[in-house]
Design a protein around this ligand. Sequence first.
Ligand code: ZN
Length: 116
Amino acid sequence: MQYKYLSGSLLEYSIKKEKLLLQIRKTIDNDTLIDLIAMGLPNEIIEKIDREKLQRPKDLHNEIGKLEYLATKKNKDTKKTKLSTDNKKNKTPCKICKDKEKGTGFHPEDECWFKD
Ligand SMILES: [Zn+2]
């Protein structure tokens, strides 16, 4: 599944969802909040977030912000040529992810999250 990124959209989503959930139930705990917010995120993003490190929804927002920055940066380069080059790029599984047993990431090795 391809997820189309709009600038700021995932971070906005994550912050809005936190507010919404807190409106519904003020006593909701941080772990539940994080899980509920994360459920709506694309797998591509969830795979790259270390859930163990997240203690508050704010930590999740930070991670999303970082990942989204990478995604938006990539989008800016390819915007003019639209989707044609993007599709080709994503058909090769990332070797770094595979070697590090992080699953099969379909992204260029240069942009790999697990790159040293
Ligand atoms: Zn990778």
